[in-house]
Design a protein around this ligand. Structure first.
Ligand SMILES: [Zn+2]
Length: 418
């Protein structure tokens, strides 16, 4: 405790009372400064003789007893870690029984004051990793996790249940080998709406269910050509138009082309020819991103009339499909493209083209609803960095919290509830 006259300790207590933003009649009864530990502990009490109100019915009640002492971390003052301690009174209400009264400086069950928690939410949001936030705030991983859990619960509770018109549904691997999450994104407002574990039909249904009755207001959903997701959309958002995501389509075409390259490279290598050595990324790129070396390499492969060059040309040409804003023109383009691919007789490419044919309706819908998971692709890189910073998530719940915390555009500040 400070060694000073009664008068100056009174004004110090008053100073801390203002600093902590304490509301009447709470008062500061002690300030214990430990210079060696860089810590100041402020005792806050309910004044004797004051009648508190029952937290449930609001009736003015007698004090029954005091709850055991609790501690709350507050904002540092002058680089001193500042802690509030208090024994909260419990009232004896004739209607409701014995109840602990509410405290104005913290949320129930939190070990931090509202102001500290608000600072922590801001800091975590601004940091590249939890480790960095933990170092700045002197908090453990578990403490940060609980602050984020509460912040996301707060934000999700405040989110308005307004219709969303265009959404994306996508999956994300969060643990090596297994461990998937399905993510729903609001494409108009570029925010993640919900994250659920697994990537099956049940997971996709849960995503739509999270929107409640608003699922029926969705106009269009962007997704991969995945039966589980398509089935869930048909069931839960029957009015919505399914639009197959162009980035997934281009991934399927790239995979087909790459398997053609691999087997052709194997065949050539067995004859001692290494034309295709080191060309993997040349073919995975689009021609717009080639440099002079790439163009020269491609010319050689093309002049040799290799299969991979033909497959690449078919893949590259397909990108024009996305430019049509008229369903009939898009269909005519597709039919021409498919005839060309059929003549090439390249197994994996034919298979990919058959898959596109089976999902033609969802592909043609792009001409009317040009939406993609591009917003969620942007989130994907953010989510990917969250995962690698956390070295893979062991608990799905923590991944969900992190994604919604950083990509949910939630109002998570604890001060606004007051
Ligand atoms: Zn009561």
């Amino acid at each position: 405790m400070y060694c000073m006259s009664n008068h100056s300790s009174e004004s110090l207590y008053q100073h801390y009372r203002l600093l902590l933003g304490l509301r009447s009649p709470w008062e500061v009864s002690d300030v214990d400064l430990r210079v060696g530990e860089s810590r100041v502990t402020v005792s806050v009490d309910w004044p004797k003789g004051q009648k508190p109100c029952c937290p449930d019915c609001g009736a003015s009640c007698d004090i029954h007893d005091h709850a055991p002492q609790r501690r709350w971390r507050h904002l540092d003052t002058m680089q001193f870690e500042t802690v509030i301690v208090s024994r909260t009174p419990r009232v004896d209400c004739s209607e409701c029984g014995v109840k602990t009264i509410g405290i104005p400086w913290a949320e129930p069950r939190s070990r931090f004051t509202l102001l500290f928690e608000a600072l922590a939410v801001e800091t975590i949001g601004a940091c590249r990793s939890l480790k960095q936030a933990g170092a700045l705030l002197s908090l453990s991983y578990d403490q940060l996790q609980r602050i984020m859990d509460r912040a996301v619960r707060r934000g999700m509770g405040r989110r308005e249940q307004r219709p969303v018109r265009r959404v994306g549904v996508d999956e994300k691997s969060f643990r090596r080998g297994h461990g998937y999450a399905s993510i729903m994104t609001d494409l108009d407002q570029s925010r993640v709406l919900e994250v659920v574990e697994n990537r099956d039909g049940e997971a996709a249904k849960a995503l739509f269910d999270s929107l409640g009755i608003n699922a029926r207001q969705i106009h269009a959903v962007a997704m991969d050509m995945w039966p589980a997701f398509m089935g869930a959309a048909a069931l839960k958002a029957p009015e919505a138009v399914v639009v197959h995501d162009r980035f997934h389509v281009s991934k399927h075409l790239n995979e087909a082309m790459d398997s053609i390259r691999k087997s052709e490279n194997k065949e050539l290598s067995s004859q001692g020819k290494d034309y295709l050595k080191g060309t993997k990324y040349l073919f995975l790129r689009s021609s717009q991103s080639w440099n002079d070396d790439h163009r020269e390499m491609f010319q050689i492969v093309k002049d040799l009339s290799l299969k991979v060059a033909k497959a690449w040309a078919a893949k590259d040409a397909f990108s024009e499909f996305w430019s049509f804003r008229n369903r009939g023109q898009a269909l005519a383009f597709f039919n021409n493209w498919r005839r060309w691919v059929g003549r090439l007789k390249l197994g994996p490419l034919t298979k990919a083209s058959d898959m596109l044919k089976r999902h033609l309706d969802g592909l043609l819908n792009y001409s009317m609803y040009p939406i993609t998971n591009a917003a969620s692709e942007g989130f994907n890189s953010k989510i990917q960095s969250l995962i690698s910073n956390a070295r893979g998530y062991r608990r799905f719940e923590n991944l969900r919290t992190a994604i919604l915390f950083h990509c949910g555009k939630l109002d998570m500040c604890p001060l606004k509830t007051q």
